[in-house]
Design a binder for this molecule. Sequence first.
Ligand code: NAP
Length: 565
Amino acid sequence: MERLTNGLGNSFLPSGPKKAPYGNHPIHESSTRPLHVVIVGAGPSGIALSIQLKSMPHVTYQVFEKNADVGGTWFENRYPGAACDVASHAYQYTFAPNPNWSHHFAPAEEIGEYFKTVAARYELYDRIKFNAEVTRAEWDEELGRWAVAIRDSESGASSQTHGDIFINAGGILNAWKWPEIPGLRAFTGPCLHTASWDPSVDLQGKRIGVIGSGATGAQLVPQMQKIGQSVTVFVRSPSYILPHVGFGIEASSYNEKYSEIQKQGFRDDAIGYKRFRKAIEQQMNENFRASIKGSVAQQEARSWAEKSMREAIISPELQHKLIPDWELGCRRITPGRPYLEAVQELNVEIERSPIDRITESGIHTSDGVIHELDAIVCATGFDTSFRPRYPIIGRNRVDLRDLWGAQTPEAYLGLAVSGFPNYFTVLGPNCPIANGSLIPCIEWSAKYIGQVLQKMQACQIRTVDAKCDMQNFLNEYMQTVHRDLVWSGNCVSWYKERKTGKVTAVWPGSSIHYMEAIEVPRWEDFDIGYCHRNPFMFLGRGESQREAKGEDLTFYLPDGPAAWK
Ligand code: NAP
């Protein structure tokens, strides 16, 4: 469509009086509300957010990352065997497909490289400050902005910055913690944690004790089995660890190394994209059906998983030790044929007796056995309480650490927290971490935050704060639905709070359900504060954006004469 102008330049209206009380600007003018955003974390969420914000007019942002490079969990986790435990082709941005994944489950280094490549390709590096740890964030009601303190981990120097918006993209699984076992410090040999791996420790030929049997333990144990003189795996709770690459998929080879022809296939729209990429994502998202307790899909999936494990583990004693007796999906389902093979090797022992204590020479279990060890590896997971590691002080000087220390972490759609204006988080409490494909949900979260920022600019909004009662209703709803979903099942898992049994980590629906839920912000769920006493000042001098931009002012007409209906 040809652009129409009135011959007076771009605008039909002459610019208004310079000091008009209503503002000399067209409606919805983003420049009237420039926003500066402070983002914590340059992992998959921080990168998605940066890409989202980069293209927004009159939005500036700065990312603070405690590590020396981007990637978050994929920068940090370097334990032997660390890899994606979902198909790599379903663990990448929708807008940045990588046809070159080496394996079905690509190793952590390769995933880390992928995120670096995306950050470089989208020219994000100059907006990221590395080795910069956020140590405090405080809402300033008077100025309507966040004051954020940062510590440079190399120089130790502290500094302060401000943001109209503060976004926590710090991830859920990065505050690793030592297990609470009496005497852990007394052990005289090396004691490692998978999330803070020390590659200089030589474990070759050692008697290794591995504590933990979650997704990390399942990846680590096969590697320990290859090098250890003996490996004792302390399994407090077993997990469904499957000999297959995915739920219901009986692939001919496990963790296939992709050939050049297959990689070419992923580049080819007609064949690879539909047949592989879309098929993998479809299957991941369909899995939600089996997350409903007592459903036929759950019963069938559970029988299939049990049968698969029984077929993979020969010894009935080992089957008894390793096959869970709770709903499939209650704990994370992990693909792990190498684990199931490793635990049947002669140098590996599965110990189900609870750990009593650790002494200088090994681990004592409650059956009275002393397991003499040369090294202990803790695959014991993270602090998943959602409590921030540094003070985040919101309205009325409430510290989010105290709030979520005293009561169950409750948020609004995993994206905001009532009482913390202009604060957003990606993958906060009750996010779709186990509900299907994850990366699209991160992208949708970034888009959601982008929409809120756009609205703040367009309508000259000073503050957005999720309404307390709406957040409460949402949490009540979520816990009610969770009663019927596997995550509230009969297992121990980091998805739920140990003391209350409330499911705190997982969304009560599918990933697609989450994406639809956050597709369009529900403004009615927010307390909104305006930049001006009169909320309608955003209407400006009476000129539309189309007029201001010299665009077609007959946009409401079809291009050709319309047929009468
Ligand atoms: P996790 O699932 O929390 O498992 C920790 C294990 O350590 C559990 O078996 C736990 O037993 C055990 N444990 C903790 N404290 C213990 C103690 N004091 N004594 C004995 N055992 C103890 O942690 P994770 O395996 O590191 O996995 C966490 C999450 O990271 C996964 O669910 C997944 O979301 C993510 N992850 C992802 C990938 C990927 O490729 N995408 C790979 C690895 C991990 P209890 O269960 O009995 O407490």
